[in-house]
Design a protein around this ligand. Structure first.
Ligand SMILES: [Zn+2]
Length: 464
């Protein structure tokens, strides 16, 4: 281990080849070596011995609504990335909507980057948005480094980010496939939603009936057909309906360039247990029945679902008003995703290696950051989450760094305490306390954003 500045040692290092006792050497922010546990520590290097705590690659969360600027009273880059750091996440990719402006032009992207730059505790990238009038903006956004493009097939919830109709979807996907980009899709069919009973009110069963599985199933069937026809890369966001799994599995077997994510809340919470009026559990598509959840776990185990990402979509407490018809739809879980998923995964016989595959390596691959993020392996950024997997804690919303302490997990006892989080070899959080704003703005290929908005001094560390 020559030139090594830091050695992180543990009896449980989660590597792509499995979990083993190892010493991880770090130089200039990158992992240089994953050697034997008892490897001698080079002169001048700092040794951090994590004991029996597990060393995971830092989590990559590709589905986060930061809402900054414009709705930063819902969430902002400082609060979101503090929560991320405290929760073991070292890279997040921000969704293009709920901020004002939405990320639908290069100018809007620059506005968002300018807002984010002085605030971030973890590495932060951006999805672009595909809306009905911006086909001409897609390629420039791609060239400016967005990770891909999000669109909605049903209303998004905010008027400045309209859904795509069938013809608009085809135009956008044709354009995106033309430059080898990725379309990520909120797949619910608006015709099914219009036809479903929209009762509103406090009863969760009424809300569930208003977002039927058929809306997801049909939208996904049409997406598969279009991806096949256009030979395009498509990612299904926040899969909730397990009924869509067989079609997704078949399409993947046939070579359609399709990836799929689901979310902690679909894997850990179920409709039977949502109290009436508890609109902190409202999200779209919705949390469904326990049997549906069992099937989603099966889909993960079989590899039909690639990743588990938060879909952290917060709002102020007053917008969670107890009426499922009018409350904002979105679940806050950025800081809690790892313990929530790990708690359920261990009960189902899964390992930390599985959790890392779903929450770090999988999202890194989706974002094109594999090779740089998502693995404890030589050449990767020295991004780590040190986790005490057997320790438990009870969720106290006051201990969360999210701007608004509203969470569906309040009072839950979860397994897995994040002891510390490391970004490029630097400790950025310890025992739930964020320590430093060492995050960089990143682009699709993993490069640091270099271009400066006019008149803005660079407040991040220089790119290497
Ligand atoms: Zn979302």
């Amino acid at each position: 281990m020559t030139g090594v500045q830091l050695v992180l040692r543990s009896t449980r290092v989660v590597t792509p080849e499995g979990t083993r006792a190892a010493s991880v050497g770090v130089a200039d922010g990158r992992i240089t070596e994953v050697g034997p546990h008892d490897a001698p520590v080079p002169a001048g290097a700092q040794l951090v011995d994590a004991g029996d705590d597990a060393v995971l690659p830092g989590l990559v969360d590709t589905h986060v609504h930061v809402n900054d600027p414009g709705r930063s009273h819902w969430e902002g880059f400082a609060t979101a990335t503090r929560a991320a750091a405290a929760g073991g996440i070292t890279t997040l990719v921000d969704m293009p909507l709920n901020s004002l402006p939405p990320t639908t032009t290069v100018g809007h992207l620059r506005t968002k980057q300018q807002s984010a730059r002085p605030q971030v505790y973890v590495d932060t990238g951006f999805w672009g948005g595909a809306v009905p009038d911006n086909v001409a903006d897609l390629r420039p956004l791609h060239e400016a480094g967005v990770f891909g493009f999000k669109c909605f097939l049903s209303p998004s919830g905010v008027e400045e980010f309209p859904r795509l109709g069938p013809d608009e979807l085809k135009s956008a996907l044709t354009e995106i496939a033309g430059f080898g980009g990725l379309l990520i899709v909120h797949a619910e069919d608006p015709a099914h939603l219009d036809a479903a009973p929209q009762r509103g009110g406090p009863a969760y069963a009424d809300f569930l009936a208003s977002r039927p599985r058929a809306a997801e199933n049909d939208a996904i069937d049409r997406l598969i057909a279009l991806a096949r026809e256009l030979d395009a890369r498509v990612h299904v966001l926040h899969l909730s309906s397990c009924d869509a799994l067989p079609a997704l599995a078949r399409a993947r077997r046939e070579g359609v360039a399709l990836t799929v994510e689901t979310c902690p809340h679909f894997l850990t919470l179920c409709a039977e247990e949502v109290p009436d009026g508890a609109t902190e559990f409202k999200c779209c598509p919705p949390i469904r029945e326990r049997a549906n959840q069992d099937a989603l776990w099966q889909g993960l185990a079989e590899g039909v679902v690639d990743c588990v990402v938060s879909d952290h979509s917060p709002c102020t407490a007053d917008l969670k008003d107890g009426d499922f018809g009018t409350a904002w739809g979105g679940i806050s879980s950025l800081q809690l995703g790892l313990p929530a998923v790990w708690s359920a995964a261990r009960e189902r016989g899964h390992t930390l290696d599985d959790v890392v595959r779903w929450m770090s390596a999988g999202p890194a691959r989706l974002a094109g950051l594999d090779g740089r993020k998502g693995a404890v392996a030589p050449g990767h950024d020295a991004d780590f989450a040190v986790l005490a997997p057997e320790r438990t804690f009870t969720v106290d919303p006051a201990g969360l760094h999210h701007r608004n302490p509203v969470t569906a997990y309040a009072g839950s006892t979860l397994h897995g305490v994040v002891r510390s989080t490391w970004l490029r070899g630097e400790r950025i959080a310890e025992d739930g306390r964020p320590l430093r704003q060492s995050g960089r703005l990143i682009e699709r290929d993993g490069r640091t954003v270099r271009s400066e908005p006019p008149g803005e001094p660079d407040r991040t560390a220089p790119p290497r």
